[in-house]
Write a protein that binds this ligand. Structure first.
Ligand SMILES: *Cc1c(COP(=O)(O)O)cnc(C)c1O
Length: 366
């Protein structure tokens, strides 16, 4: 068996320890004689799995009691609709547009009410986070929406926007559990788990209790009402059982690693190795303004003016990197170039070795 260094943006690398444990438990989960894939979601054994997962997440993020934790399906994309369905009492909300995912959430909200663009960084292909200190937020807005870490463009909000007292909704899909957060600053924090937490198939939403009511937009499907999910402890219907089980294992791994403070330290260290190299390279360069750089997703390109030669060199790099065991480095189809996603489970050696490889490639192609 040989494992590669996987820089995929998602689904993405998981801690090897977690995968091994899951393998050991595949045929017989803790003496139950069944795989977690095979057992009833109403069984005592499974009840403990999902309850422990929630408790470990609460411990890691220090989630206050007045927030519910929901394990949902439909991906972040479905949640784009759930936000207006559950929160648009005045049918008006403000969106900060920092990339594709914010744009998609914004477009979805427009189906249900008046979604207002408060700020955007589209003018410079989303390579920065706009100034959000004094946004045109009006009193009748139900919430302000951000995508906190922009997976495709590699930017991250380092300070949260001034929402002028309005509820803040944040998509944290690609920075979930990468560093400590103050949950109380948000009304809703949510993310698909397939980036930094677990396998695909589950969205975790942390929602302030007062927002969970029967007062949803008319026509909201039963399944998409947060109240339905909250009243049933995420077991209204069959949840993504196996994905939740693996997420639970990742939470335990994170606790063992030292929690989110420690992860932040490690993530800063890993990102610095890559950014420091990019900043002095004659061949490669990062695409994001320094102060808004993501710790998780690092897009970069070749510094070659001729577009054709640039594309050729980037293709050559991706091909040779793949052969050397550094996989999924191709940039998102909408931006091109390269992107290294260096989530929690990417070991520091992975980043060190990638940079070594890039140095060698730079020399050979000078
Ligand atoms: C990947 C991603 C999404 C989309 O997630 P799905 O679960 O595929 O719907 C949304 N937002 C962000 C920030 C992402 O990285």
């Amino acid at each position: 068996m040989s494992r590669v260094y996987n820089f995929s943006a998602g689904p993405a690398v998981l801690p090897e320890e977690v995968l091994k444990e899951a393998a050991e438990e595949m045929l017989d989960y803790q003496g139950s004689g069944q795989s977690v894939m095979e057992m009833s979601h109403r069984s005592k054994v499974y009840d403990k799995i999902i309850k422990d997962a929630e408790q470990d997440l609460r411990d890691l993020m220090n989630i206050p009691d007045n927030y519910k934790v929901l394990f949902l399906q439909g991906g972040a994309n479905q949640f784009f609709a759930e936000v207006p369905m559950n929160m648009m009492k005045n049918k008006k909300a403000g969106y900060i547009i920092t990339g594709q995912w914010a744009k998609k959430a914004f477009a979805e909200a427009k189906i249900y009410g008046e979604a207002v663009e408060l700020a955007s960084s589209a003018d410079k292909t989303f390579s920065y986070i706009p100034d959000c200190s004094d946004l045109p937020i009006t009193d009748d807005m139900d919430y302000v929406y951000i995508c906190e870490n922009n997976t495709i463009y590699g930017t991250k909000f380092k300070t949260l926007p001034n929402t002028k007292g309005k509820d803040l909704v944040s998509d944290v899909s690609s920075c979930f559990l990468s560093e400590p957060v103050d949950v109380t600053k948000y009304a809703v924090i949510y993310g698909g788990v397939q980036k930094n937490v677990g396998p695909a198939g589950c969205v975790i939403a942390i929602i302030r209790e007062d927002l969970i009511t029967d007062d949803c937009l008319p026509g909201t499907p039963t399944m998409l009402k947060w109240k339905t999910q909250a009243d049933n402890d995420s077991l209204y219907n069959t949840p993504p059982c196996y994905t939740i089980y693996i997420c639970g294992k990742v939470f335990k791994w994170l606790k063992k690693m030292g929690g989110l403070e420690k992860m932040k330290e490690l993530n800063e260290k890993k990102a610095a190795i890559l950014y420091d190299y990019l900043d002095q390279s004659t061949l490669f360069t990062g695409t994001v303004v320094k102060e808004d750089r993501s710790l998780m997703n690092v897009p970069f390109v070749c510094k070659i003016d001729d577009a054709e030669k640039k594309a050729e060199m980037e293709a050559k790099f991706i091909k040779e990197a793949t052969e050397a065991g550094f996989v999924n480095l191709k940039g998102h189809r909408s931006v091109g170039g390269m992107r290294a996603s260096i989530y929690n489970a990417m070991p520091i050696e992975g980043v060190e070795k990638l940079v070594e490889f890039m140095k060698k490639f730079e020399k050979e192609n000078a």
